[in-house]
Design a protein. Structure first.
Length: 233
C-alpha cells in the first residue's frame, strides 16, 4: 500500500480520561437508558455530546474502538458458561455500534453511522474513514468518536494494548478553526525525527490536538503521523 496523506477541518474536539474521578455527565440520555450503559459508552456519549452540542442538527458518526464492549460480552459468556440467563438488554448493548444507536435516538438524528475496529490502528483508520466520508460530502459534518478500555485480564497480555478513555472530533468546514493532517508513511526510514512518538495512537492524536505539536505512533508496518495547522483552507 502506498503512503497516504490527508487533511480534515476540525471544528471542535473533546476528551474524557479513563482516570477521571467523576462520572461522565450524560443527562441528555433518558434515565431508563442511562442506567443500563457501561462506563465505556457513558464516556463515548459524553464527548460526542460535548462536540455536537445543541447547534449541530445532523451529523454523520464514525465510532471507533479496538475492544468495544468486550467486558460486557465477557460477562455474557461467563453467564452462559455458568448456565445463567443472558439479559437481552446486555446483549443488545454489547455490539460495537451500540453507542451510535443510543446517540442517534437521543438526538432524533437519522444520519448514517458506522463503527470501526482495526486493532492497534483503530483510531488512525477511523480518521481515514471520517476523511473519506467528509470528502464525499462536505455539506454535513462528520463526528469521530473513539472510546476504549483495556481488555479483561482473562484474555492475558494484549500486544499494543489500548489506553482507556474517550475522544471526539467534529469535522466541519463551516465552523472549522484549524486542520488536522494525517499521514501513513511506510518503510523503515519513514518516521520524521521531529515528531514525538507515543505508545498508542490515542495518546499521539490527543497530544497533537491539545498542544498543537506534531505526534507519531510507530506500528509494525508503518508510522502514523499527525500535525496541526491553524486556519482552515
Amino acid at each position: 500500500m502506498p503512503d497516504l496523506h490527508w487533511t480534515i477541518p476540525v471544528a471542535r474536539w473533546s476528551s474524557w480520561p479513563a482516570a477521571a474521578a467523576a462520572a461522565p455527565d450524560i443527562g441528555f440520555i433518558e434515565p431508563i437508558v442511562r442506567r443500563r450503559l457501561s462506563t465505556l459508552s457513558r464516556a463515548a456519549l459524553k464527548v460526542a455530546h460535548d462536540c455536537v452540542g445543541e447547534d449541530v442538527a445532523a451529523v454523520r458518526t464514525v465510532f471507533a474502538s479496538r475492544h468495544g464492549e468486550l467486558r460486557r460480552t465477557t460477562d455474557i459468556l461467563r453467564n452462559i458458561s455458568a448456565g445463567e440467563p443472558v439479559s437481552p438488554t446486555a446483549f443488545s448493548l454489547s455490539v460495537l455500534n451500540a453507542m451510535t444507536g443510543v446517540f442517534g435516538i437521543a438526538r432524533g438524528d437519522r444520519s448514517p453511522a458506522s463503527a470501526i475496529s482495526a486493532g492497534a490502528e483503530t483510531l488512525g483508520y477511523a480518521l481515514l474513514e471520517a476523511h473519506a466520508q467528509y470528502a464525499t460530502d462536505s455539506t454535513t459534518p462528520v463526528l469521530l468518536v473513539y472510546a476504549d478500555e483495556p481488555a479483561d485480564p482473562a484474555y492475558g497480555t494484549i500486544e499494543d494494548e489500548v489506553q482507556g478513555g474517550a475522544l471526539a472530533i467534529l469535522f466541519d468546514a463551516a465552523a472549522a478553526a484549524s486542520q488536522l493532517t494525517c499521514t501513513i508513511a511506510r518503510g523503515p526510514d519513514a518516521a520524521d525525527g521531529s515528531f514525538a512518538v507515543f505508545p498508542t495512537q490515542s495518546q499521539a492524536v490527543h497530544h497533537c490536538l491539545d498542544t498543537h505539536a506534531s505526534a507519531a505512533w510507530q506500528g509494525a508496518d508503518a508510522t502514523w503521523q499527525w500535525s496541526w495547522h491553524h486556519g482552515a483552507a
